[in-house]
Design a protein around this ligand. Structure first.
Ligand code: AMP
Length: 299
């Protein structure tokens, strides 16, 4: 048992300029665990309502996701809706119906407490603290967050930063947290807050890794078609920690590979709605995209 993922489990409604889907699998844990499953066996903690489709449970089981920490509560599953502008650069939240997620109190089963790798996927920082309080091991902890928590739970987020090893955030969140538009200065300030590793995601433009005095840049793949960017960040960080949990190597060079595989899963994610793009992928699919990254970066 080495990888634990704690976050949200949702049924999403997504509207783009050309399509709309409703009550499709979503939530940070769902994307993260499916993406991680290509490398390691994720053990998830989450809550769903009685209406959660059995088909999604089957999908997770098919991907060898351990569901011992998944609780079903009376009531409805967390629902979230978002609408994208035509260029996908802007997303408006249509609704956030917390339902059973409102009283979510993540409890780690005993078998999870000695995890070596922990992904605190997007949930309230107070709950993320609670997860770390239950650990009995010295795990490598990766934190994902969102603008909402920077707005309403900044103190808890800042104290959490001192308990983690890696922060993965997007460029807007980095600006919100540090006041810096310059990536180098923002990363330095973020590392001063606690984590020795910082990843700044730049949407379709890729991501930057900062550690000690070293920087690595992974580009975004140029894709023929993007259908739904929801969960791209979660797929990225899920695959990243899955790769680390599989390789058990925290060297800078291995971290570069983790970022590339994160980008591979993110690229598949955005090509279809919900989690469709990151399910039932073959090893050859991952290798094909990995090779595209290698070719794109040779000069
Ligand atoms: P991303 O596209 O990476 O921002 O992730 C989108 C996912 O985050 C969706 O599947 C939503 O269900 C989920 N989500 C939206 N709002 C929240 C929230 N406040 N807390 C946790 N998860 C959320």
């Amino acid at each position: 048992m080495s990888l634990v993922i704690v976050g949200s489990i949702a049924l999403d409604t997504i509207e783009t300029s050309t399509h709309s889907v409703s009550d499709v699998p979503g939530g940070s844990t769902t994307y993260c665990s499916l993406a991680a499953s290509y490398f390691a066996k994720p053990h998830i903690v989450g809550v769903v309502g009685e209406d959660y489709p059995e088909s999604v449970i089957t999908l997770l089981k098919d991907h060898h996701v351990n569901l011992e920490g998944l609780v079903t509560e009376p009531g409805k599953t967390f629902r979230w809706g978002g609408r994208y502008a035509e260029n996908f650069d802007n997303r408006t939240t249509l609704f956030t119906d917390l339902n059973v997620f409102e009283t979510f109190n993540p409890a780690l089963p005993d078998s999870y407490k000695k995890a070596e790798y922990v992904l605190l996927a997007n949930i309230h920082p107070g709950l993320q603290h609670h997860v770390l309080d239950q650990l009995e091991s010295k795990a490598f902890v990766v934190l994902d967050t969102m603008n909402l928590w920077i707005d309403i739970a900044l103190d808890e987020l800042k104290s959490l930063m001192q308990r983690i090893n890696m922060l993965v955030i997007n460029d807007e969140e980095a600006l919100m947290l540090t006041g810096e538009r310059n990536y180098g200065k923002a990363a330095a300030k973020l590392r001063d807050m606690g984590p020795e590793w910082v990843v700044i995601k730049k949407g379709q433009h890729g991501a930057l890794l900062f550690h000690e005095d070293r920087i690595f840049a992974v580009p975004g793949l140029v894709l023929d078609e993007v259908l739904d960017p929801t969960g791209a960040g979660d797929s990225f960080v899920g695959a990243l920690i899955g790769y680390l949990a599989q390789s058990k190597d925290l060297s800078f060079d291995n971290m570069k590979l983790a970022l590339v595989f994160g980008s591979v899963l993110a690229s598949y994610c955005v090509e279809d709605f919900s989690v469709e793009g990151i399910t039932y992928l073959e090893e050859a699919d991952l290798e094909e995209r990995y090779d595209e990254f290698v070719i794109m970066n040779q000069f």
